[in-house]
Design a protein around this ligand. Structure first.
Ligand code: FES
Ligand code: FES
Length: 152
């Protein structure tokens, strides 16, 4: 089937099966490999993108459910106000260890800060609980979100 999807402000025309997960459309059809595959079952958060600003697990989002929504990926999140602050905080606090989970972490954290500029610890826990980090960078992630919030 033919689809036209809007990613990072650009419209792309594709011919793929309707049940193809958005993750594979991004990675294989569009060559945007910043969004990662972890579990494929909405359990780890590595594949998180934003759809109309909401953090969304792209591994379980079929392309035919996206419609005219605006998709933002890690490749463009730095162009958004919250994304720029989060990425700077990630660098300032040297959050990243192996890095594999981090694009998903940044997409969830940016969505949180965009909707809630001054999150409490509980807000951060709620927003980030679906993003798993096998390197255990959770403490630095929480501090970086607070650091980013202070600059708003
Ligand atoms: S790959 Fe999508 S949540 Fe794990
Ligand atoms: S930084 Fe390695 S899995 Fe999170």
């Amino acid at each position: 089937m033919s689809f036209a999807i809007k990613v990072n402000g650009n419209t792309h025309s594709l011919d793929v099966d309707g049940d193809t997960p958005l993750l594979w459309v991004l990675r294989d059809a569009l060559g945007m490999t910043g969004t990662k595959f972890g579990c494929g079952m909405a359990l780890c958060g590595a594949c998180t993108v934003q759809i109309d600003g909401a953090p969304t697990r792209s591994c379980v989002t079929p392309i035919d459910s996206v419609g005219a929504s605006s998709i933002t990926t890690i490749e463009a999140i730095g162009a958004t106000p919250a994304g720029a602050k989060i990425q700077k905080a990630w660098l300032d606090l040297e959050v990243v260890q192996c890095g594999y989970c981090q694009s998903g972490q940044i997409m969830s954290a940016s969505a949180l800060l965009s909707s809630n500029p001054h999150p409490t610890d509980s807000d951060i826990d709620d927003a980030m609980s679906g993003n798993i980090c096998r390197c255990g960078t959770y403490v630095r992630i929480r501090e970086a979100i607070k650091h980013a919030a202070q600059s708003i």
